[in-house]
Design a protein around this ligand. Structure first.
Ligand SMILES: NC(=O)C1=CN([C@@H]2O[C@H](COP(=O)(O)OP(=O)(O)OC[C@H]3O[C@@H](n4cnc5c(N)ncnc54)[C@H](OP(=O)(O)O)[C@@H]3O)[C@@H](O)[C@H]2O)C=CC1
Ligand SMILES: N[C@@H](C=O)C(=O)O
Length: 260
């Protein structure tokens, strides 16, 4: 699905803070990923949008500002070869990948005693292995070019475990540990690694849950004004738009009235 305005590196170099850069954004079919794709395109980056739902991706792509090159590629992040194909296409049609923004994720409110083992497994597959697949697909190119930036949407649940979200929290602790390790190992190579840790955001994420006992115990909204996906996209943009010598390693961004 190339956009009519798909363009390679260089054509928009002077437009926006990210002109001439190329980003792969996973989870771009909705919520935070869609907002990130929009924010990066508005700053002049070429964007490869990835998620499983092709129609939803196309809709997000159609809403991007005119002029930014983009592609939309139906991708399941749990499929390592599919992720490699996504990155290969992005490089072919947009240029070498400067930014990976890992937004694909799932979350199920569930109590451990209720043994929702398929949900446990799905969480590990998407949030942990999916993130690894994406990192693995871009890291060699970034290292060989001496630069790149990997941003992962973690969670405030990557800093503190929430009841009803034990496996989800574990998956976000995983991405925090992975990102810390990657950051330490790539220091001096030009690669930057950031985690963004949002609190509650107004997206459809919570609608995956159907363990009523867990939802009633821990998953009901507090009534506080939560974040919009665009608030999280602004944090991603802040990290990506820093001067070369600056690394914004972690950003905790929560609703004002839901500190944790
Ligand atoms: N909403 C919130 O309160 C918070 C969310 N987060 C994190 O933000 C990220 C985005 O979630 P959010 O925007 O809220 O929720 P959404 O449900 O709107 O977005 C989730 C995205 O992940 C994609 N996705 C899910 N499974 C796969 C898969 N196997 N392969 C590729 N893409 C997949 C979905 O696309 P598709 O179905 O088309 O594949 C969708 O685009 C998640 O990592 C979540 O943990 C963190 C803190 C708070
Ligand atoms: N806010 C977090 C958990 O409660 C999340 O949605 O990741």
């Amino acid at each position: 699905m190339p956009s009519p305005n798909a363009s390679g590196r260089g054509q928009d170099d002077k437009r926006g803070r990210l002109g001439g850069k190329v980003a792969v954004v996973t989870g771009a079919s909705s919520g935070i990923g869609a907002a990130v794709a929009g924010a990066l395109a508005a700053e002049g980056a070429g964007v490869a949008l990835a998620a499983r739902r092709a129609d939803a991706l196309r809709e997000v792509q159609a809403g991007l500002v005119e002029g930014a090159g983009s592609i939309a590629e139906a991708t399941d992040v749990t499929d390592r070869e599919g992720v490699r194909a996504l990155v290969a296409r992005a490089e072919r049609e947009l240029g070498p990948v400067d930014f990976l923004v890992n937004c694909a994720g799932v979350m199920y409110y569930t109590l451990m005693k209720n043994l929702r083992e398929e949900e446990w497994e799905g969480t590990v597959e998407v949030n942990c292995k999916g993130t690894l697949n994406c990192v693995g697909a871009v890291l060699p190119g970034m290292l060989s070019r001496g630069g790149g930036h990997i941003v992962t949407i973690s969670s405030d649940a990557g800093r503190k475990v929430y009841p009803g979200l034990a496996v989800y929290s574990a998956s976000k602790f995983f991405v925090e540990a992975l990102s810390q390790g990657l950051r330490l190992e790539t220091a001096g190579t030009g690669v930057r690694v950031t985690t963004v840790q949002p609190g509650n955001v107004d997206t459809g994420l919570a609608s995956l849950s159907n363990d009523e006992e867990a939802i009633q115990s821990y998953g009901e909204p507090t009534g506080a004004r939560v974040l919009d996906p665009e608030d999280v996209a602004a944090s991603v943009l802040y990290a990506l738009a820093q001067p070369d010598h600056v690394a914004v390693n972690e950003i905790l961004v929560q609703p004002r009235d839901e500190p944790a």
